[in-house]
Write a protein that binds this ligand. Sequence first.
Ligand code: NDP
Length: 286
Amino acid sequence: MAAIVIDGKAAAARVRAEVAEGVAAFAARYGRAPGLVGIQVGDDPASELYQAGKARAAEEAGMVPRRITLPDSTGQAELDALIDELNADDAVDGMLVQLPVPDQLSEPLIANRIHPDKDVDGFSPVNLGRLMRGEPGNVPCTPQGVMRMLRDAEVPLVGAHAVVVGRSLIVGKPQSMLLLAEHCTVTVAHSRTRDLPSLCRTADILVAAVGRPEMIRGDWVKPGAAVMDVGINRTDDGLRGDVAYAECAEVAGWITPVPGGVGPMTIAYLLANTLDAAHRRAGATT
Ligand code: NDP
């Protein structure tokens, strides 16, 4: 039987509609809309596209977006000064620095500098610590999107074996913590994992966050499993996920396509995080 295709565009539209409603209620109560600032260093075309997409989505949700583009040569001290200024700005509820940044800048220094309450990407040590501790905080957007898709599709989570392929700070690691919090038994795989195909075949939930086009093959998938493809790979044949979609869809119980799967959820949860951050900040001052 063919897999149920989890439609990420529809799921993201639902999240964005919920956020828009929440933004209207926030504005009615506090007399201002949540503010989201995107900082970009340099003019990388992909970053440009992502930043424009985030600003447009924030505007559509009724937020106040702001884009700041700094020259490629910007030094750490200059960027720190800007972050400090935005940390102190009451109109700013969320900010993010588009990654990757030029070599002279340090991603860990940036993650440490942004105030944890405004770190809507959820990459700061404080927010990652909160995630590990199970405390409220900003949780990285893409893994949150995957969880929402699993919940909406009613994929059984309690006691399920989840295999997360990839251990990055922005996807694999936080994904594994979120699955664990939902009582999955979690295995995190990476480039040194032995016999990845056999391991994947034991997964009830298989999350691929690798960055290698179509690496996960149909015969790596346990019949009936939920296959969540985070990968976004630009190939000569167009955009491809980390999962060989057609093969895997024949075996899986649920599957996310690329494009139109997990991708749209990332921006949706950036907006959700910004609204949550605005509420936390407003709650702290009223
Ligand atoms: P990283 O490059 O930071 O991490 C990739 C992970 O995959 C690493 O842990 C690496 O292992 C592992 N890996 C690499 N090769 C293999 C292999 N042959 N077998 C098993 N594991 C392997 O990538 P990201 O986590 O940032 O992104 C992963 C993918 O998700 C990319 O395609 C990216 O474009 C996409 N992405 C999509 C988003 C969305 O909005 N949908 C958001 C963020 C990312 P090791 O640690 O050992 O090197």
